[in-house]
Design a protein around this ligand. Structure first.
Ligand code: P53
Length: 479
């Protein structure tokens, strides 16, 4: 283990959230309806996010947690003050597209939406916090989905470009770190989230997904170009739902399967970071008769405007096998993986693997040689507050400590450049996968339950002071 206990100077410690999972106020100040709003909690959630079942509006008998969430829209000053108290250097948040363009295809933005984020960014700077902004975190205006079919349609490039140009112009000097699409590879697993895709019966899903992915990749390159033009200080990153695949055994076919699975995900980052479609993907398209329409201009744009850094989420490693008889899967995750017998799991079945973070960091660095940014990591757990609302979340502290150590080793022992670390759900928020409030990640407890009951009161957990100390000592407080 590393002798050096601290992190590089200027390391960006912080936390992360996403608009639809924390803001609430879904119809306030002109905000339009988005895909993420109409995904209910309960058993229909999964088929909707995978694009199997349509739900284009609110329906009777369902509870939609994103409507109010934790109401950060009205409480951001209090919440950012708490982040400031923890010593955050950065706060990752996302823009709700429909606050800026309620339908998505308007010519002019909604001033109230723009003002909201301006106030929020100014509040961050007041506390010495550098915002890190995800332009779209799984959200897409519902109108664009109904009218154009979401990202399957090339017209999305125009609407997304307009959004980006508006943001880069308005927030010049206030924001310099941008992420174009949250977990871009999630289009393969949850295509209604983010890409706004649903499928007609009998439709070739792979065809639709990869065409939509191409549109997102080109949109991302275009955004990078515009960001750099508007302000050369801007740094634009891609964002991968990461987690190294391990072969289930030393059998070569298992290794081969793990490599193929990794490539399914790296595909997106290969394009965003290297600027070209990788050969294995072109061969796959050929073999599987996937016809992705792309122009010469698209390819030139991809080539010229690669990302400045690579950000990713990491919750767990994954396992693959080439043997069809091996079937035992992990539970509760959109990302299917075989079970790893060497690892423990969270209450939701997500397996816990701190060394896997070091392995993943090294794999990504070896592949791209661009600085990394860990923008999500954490433990979703059930918290039980005492009568004062206080939670002793030692389990969360243990999880984070182990991952921070692994990250420190990757930096100090392996020489992997890492810009920063933002833990997921630094304040309790709605789960993307399940829609629950019960699955908590925060340093700050929020009084609200799965049905929407509760006062929304914020209370510091034990991990709050622990993380504050980690940041104050730049990591040295962790043995
Ligand atoms: P929840 C699955 C696997 C990896 C990352 O997830 C994932 C998911 C979605 O469930 O999403 C990211 O809330 C995502 C966040 C999300 C977080 O992981 O299901 O970027 O929006 O909340 C945690 O526990």
């Amino acid at each position: 283990m590393s002798e050096i206990k601290t992190f590089p100077e200027g390391f960006l410690w912080g936390g992360a959230t996403a608009a639809n999972q924390c803001e609430g106020a879904y119809n306030v100040d002109g905000r339009g309806l988005a895909n993420v709003d109409v995904v209910p909690i309960g058993e229909d959630r999964f088929p909707i996010i995978t694009g199997e079942k349509k739900m284009f509006d609110f329906e009777e008998g369902y509870f939609y947690p994103a409507k109010e969430s934790i109401d950060m829209y009205h409480r951001f000053k209090e919440d950012i003050a708490l982040f400031g108290e923890m010593g955050f250097k950065t706060y990752r948040l996302s823009i709700a597209w429909t606050r800026i363009f309620p339908n998505g295809d308007e010519e002019e933005p909604n001033e109230k939406g723009l003002q909201f984020y301006e106030d929020l960014f100014r509040e961050c700077h007041k506390h010495g916090i550098e915002p890190l902004v995800t332009i779209t975190h799984f959200d897409c205006p519902m109108h664009l989905i109904k009218k154009y079919g979401g990202w399957r349609n090339r017209k999305m490039l125009t609407f997304y470009e307009r959004l980006c140009r508006t943001l880069f112009t308005r927030y010049k000097g206030l924001v310099k770190y941008w992420l174009t699409f949250n977990e871009i590879n999630m289009i393969l697993h949850a295509p209604f989230m983010g890409a706004g895709l649903y499928f007609e019966p009998g439709e070739d899903k792979e065809q639709v997904k990869y065409q939509a992915a191409h549109h997102e990749l080109v949109a991302s390159a275009r955004a990078t170009q515009i960001a750099h033009e508007i302000d050369p200080e801007n740094k634009v990153g891609c964002m991968l739902a990461a987690g190294q695949y391990y072969p289930n055994t030393a059998h070569p076919r298992d290794y081969w399967e793990a490599m193929k699975e990794d490539r399914e995900n790296y595909f997106f980052i290969d394009v965003q970071a290297r600027g070209e479609y990788p050969n294995y993907a072109l061969k796959k398209f050929e073999r599987e008769n996937i016809k992705v329409e792309m122009t010469e201009e698209d390819l030139a744009l991809l080539k010229e405007h690669t990302v400045d850094f690579i950000s990713f989420s990491y919750y767990s490693s994954r396992v693959a096998s080439g043997d069809p008889a091996v079937k035992e899967k992990t539970a509760g995750n959109i990302f299917e993986s075989l079970k790893n017998p060497y690892l423990d799991a969270s209450e939701w079945g997500w397996q816990i693997d701190p060394l896997g973070l070091r392995i993943t960091m090294n794999a990504i660095w070896d592949r791209y040689q661009k600085p990394l940014f860990i923008v999500e990591n954490g433990l979703g757990a059930v918290d039980t507050p005492d009568e004062n609302g206080y939670v002793e979340d030692d389990y969360r502290i243990e999880y984070l400590k182990a991952h921070i150590k692994a990250m420190r080793d990757a930096i100090n022992e392996d020489g992997v450049p890492l810009l920063g670390y933002t833990t997921w759900g630094c304040i309790d928020l709605v789960s993307a996968g399940t829609g629950e409030m019960k699955k908590r990640y925060g340093f700050i407890y929020v009084d609200r339950d799965n049905q929407g009951n509760g006062t929304l009161k914020r209370t510091k957990k034990k991990s709050f002071d622990w993380y504050k100390e980690v940041i104050a000592t730049n990591g040295a407080s962790i043995e």
